[in-house]
Design a protein around this ligand. Structure first.
Ligand SMILES: Cc1cc2nc3c(=O)[nH]c(=O)nc-3n(C[C@H](O)[C@H](O)[C@H](O)COP(=O)(O)O)c2cc1C
Length: 311
């Protein structure tokens, strides 16, 4: 058993990355926790009530497993979602694309570790100083919003040298060979998201998974997100329109703290998850083209965990 986050014993230091909007929900997170990893519910885009239901459903699937939530700092209901997760006694809370100081004191009070996603040693040091239990160092190969244009292999050694807390590598990891490489660079664990979209348990539309399976290396592009960060996604009708400067009209309910309102990113993510692919953003990691099969989470773990067996 490993202990990379305070008080949490893990069979494997493998985190399934949180994925908005409703890409990583209870069935996926529960299956990952059952397999001995950390199952993460993507809370961004959910109401407190919906998140609570997902956490409870994941717990029912994995009574002994480790279940956490990922919440993007950019959402207006960030504090409510964090507090609701702490009340539900999740095992850990991960903040994506930023963090504030107060979240660490809420975590301390609830005795629940707070982990933050960073892409630079400067932010890693600040997170450690505020009380982060670990940092996830995410390189430019990652899917979704990006905080750097450096690769994960470039940022891991530097971030590892700058903090004493565990450093988890994320971005472009698809198999046990990639995990071994990250551990050699000094990572204490890994976070994978794209690999888990192509699982039987991931609850996105079949056409979303088909887009992943058919993606070639050159189909993975950088899009502009109204959050103000670049995003990595699979090229489609929607991303082509954005590239031409065309964006759909939006109904806005001010769900983000800061938004250019060029289009609604949450609606675009929900569209693709539901199978309205041409009207949506399909976030994906750079190495999606290396994954050829939809497998059960158990089978994915059988391969990934070869990284921890003697060669
Ligand atoms: C569909 C999708 C949605 C994502 N949504 C979020 C999110 O809501 N919050 C977050 O911090 N990261 C998000 N990410 C990033 C992942 O959690 C993860 O760190 C990253 O994708 C790892 O790279 P990989 O996909 O190549 O394994 C998302 C990634 C994908 C592919």
């Amino acid at each position: 058993m490993l202990n990379i986050f305070k008080n949490i014993e893990l069979r494997y230091p493998i985190i399934q990355g949180g994925m908005a909007v409703r890409v990583s929900t209870a069935p996926l997170a529960g299956a990952v926790a059952c397999a001995g990893g950390v199952g993460i519910i993507g809370a961004t885009g959910m109401s407190v009530e919906e998140l609570r239901r997902e956490i409870r459903a994941a717990r029912l699937l994995a009574r002994q497993g480790t279940i956490g939530v990922n919440i993007m700092f950019a959402v207006r209901n960030f504090a409510e979602l964090v507090k609701a997760s702490l009340r539900e006694k999740v095992d850990l809370v991960i903040t994506g694309a930023g963090f504030s100081r107060d979240i660490f004191s809420w975590g301390k009070e609830a005795k629940i570790p707070i982990v933050t996603i960073v892409s630079t040693s400067r932010l890693a040091k600040i997170a450690e100083k505020y009380g982060a239990a670990a940092v996830i160092a995410e390189g430019s190969e990652a899917g979704g919003h990006l905080g750097t244009d450096l690769s994960v292999s470039e940022i891991i050694p530097e971030i590892k040298d700058s903090v004493k807390i565990p450093v988890i590598a994320a971005g472009g990891i698809t198999d046990s060979g990639d995990i071994r490489e990250m551990m050699k660079l000094g990572a204490d664990g890994v976070q994978l998201a794209t690999r888990f979209v192509l699982s039987e348990e991931c609850a996105v539309a079949d056409s979303f998974k088909a887009h992943y399976l058919n993606a070639r290396e050159e189909d993975v592009v950088i899009i502009k997100s109204p959050v103000g960060l670049p995003g990595r996604a699979i090229r489609n009708v929607f991303s082509d329109a954005l590239a031409r400067g065309e964006s759909p009209k939006i109904k806005c309910d001010n769900c983000l703290k800061a938004c250019s309102k060029e289009y609604c990113i949450l609606e675009a993510l929900e569209n693709s998850r539901m199978g309205r692919i041409d009207q949506g953003v399909i976030f994906s990691g750079k190495n999606v083209f290396k994954i050829k099969k939809i497998l059960s989470v158990k089978k994915i773990f059988d391969e990934l965990t070869l990284a921890f067996k003697d060669q």
